[in-house]
Structures are given as structure tokens and as C-alpha cells.
Design a protein around this ligand. Structure first.
Ligand SMILES: Nc1ncnc2c1ncn2[C@@H]1O[C@H](COP(=O)(O)OP(=O)(O)OP(=O)(O)O)[C@@H](O)[C@H]1O
Ligand SMILES: [Mg+2]
Length: 145
């Protein structure tokens, strides 16, 4: 499996979440991942991107979200970065069911944690948030479709 790199910047618009889902699905399909793995990648990318839009940028549409997808024979690395409000307490934010919005479930980080092999969240208040997720590819059985 060869190396690849995709780097995308887009406005913080809800409609771009679907575009990032299609992008990661297409990367997953090229890697011959199972439909289940592809579904999980779509979930983690859309959760991280939605967090940047909804929380990081409070739905202001003219801010930039940055998505990087790096692929090598061993792993797929997905980085979602914003320059938004930041997270004051990352450990607390990552707790299941924690949300600063009473209307939300607080499950985004739970999905990212459980579907990926590694999750790192770096954040600074008023500077922004970078979420780095890794899926190991060397452990995955190629799909049999
Ligand atoms: N990019 C970000 N910028 C600022 N705050 C964030 C960011 N991502 C997450 N957070 C904070 O972390 C909390 C937990 O995020 P998580 O995705 O787990 O839950 P949620 O977004 O509140 O709910 P859900 O994802 O279930 O809709 C958020 O409520 C928010 O306060
Ligand atoms: Mg969320």
C-alpha cells in the first residue's frame, strides 16, 4: 500500500460535513476497508469536523476548518484543526456524556476514542483545537467483497 496525503481547508459550514464524510469514505474504499470500518471513519471525521464548526467556531460560517488525511502502509492519520474558542479542560470534555450544550449527547469524543486506535486532543483557549486520530491499517483484514 502506498503513501498518500490529502489536505483540505473549508469554511465552517454544516454542508461541508457531508463532503468530508464522502472524502474519507472514498479513501477507505481505496484502502479496501470493510463497509463497517468505512462507516466508522465517516463517523469520527464528521464528529470532529462538527465539533470544530459547532463548538470551536460557534457556527460562524466564515471560519476555516482544516482536515488532513495521511496514509502510509501501517496507518491512516486524520487531523482536524480549528482556530476557534478552544477547550478549557480537555480531560473533562472527553468524558462520556459531557457536553457544554445541554441539547447535545456529549458522545463525539466517545466515538472517536472507540473507533480509532489512538486519539490526541490538543487545545488552547482562544487559540483553537487540534484532534489527531490514528487507525492502524496493518491489523485490518482486507475486505472480502
Ligand atoms: N473543536 C472544539 N472546540 C471547542 N470545544 C470543543 C471542540 N470539540 C469539542 N469541544 C467541547 O467538548 C465537548 C464534548 O465534545 P463531544 O463531541 O464529545 O460532545 P458534544 O459535541 O457536546 O455532543 P455530540 O458530539 O454528542 O453532539 C463539547 O460539548 C465542547 O464543549
Ligand atoms: Mg460533538
Amino acid at each position: 500500500m502506498k503513501r498518500n496525503l490529502l489536505d483540505l481547508k473549508f469554511y465552517s459550514l454544516a454542508e461541508n460535513v457531508g463532503i468530508t464524510r464522502m472524502l474519507i469514505a472514498s479513501v477507505g474504499a481505496q484502502l479496501d476497508l470493510s463497509l463497517n470500518d468505512i462507516e466508522e471513519l465517516k463517523v469520527v471525521v464528521s464528529e470532529a469536523v462538527s465539533n470544530s464548526i459547532i463548538h470551536g467556531y460557534a457556527n460562524h460560517p466564515d471560519k476555516l476548518v482544516h482536515l488532513t488525511i495521511e496514509q502510509n502502509p501501517e496507518a491512516l492519520k486524520i487531523i482536524v484543526k480549528d482556530e476557534g474558542c478552544g477547550i478549557p479542560d480537555v480531560e473533562q470534555a472527553m468524558q462520556p456524556a459531557f457536553s457544554t450544550d445541554p441539547e447535545r449527547m456529549g458522545l463525539g469524543f466517545v466515538f472517536m476514542q472507540s473507533f480509532m486506535d489512538d486519539l490526541q486532543v490538543e487545545s488552547a483557549v482562544n487559540q483553537g483545537t487540534t484532534v489527531t486520530m490514528i487507525k492502524q491499517l496493518d491489523k485490518i483484514q482486507p475486505s472480502t467483497h
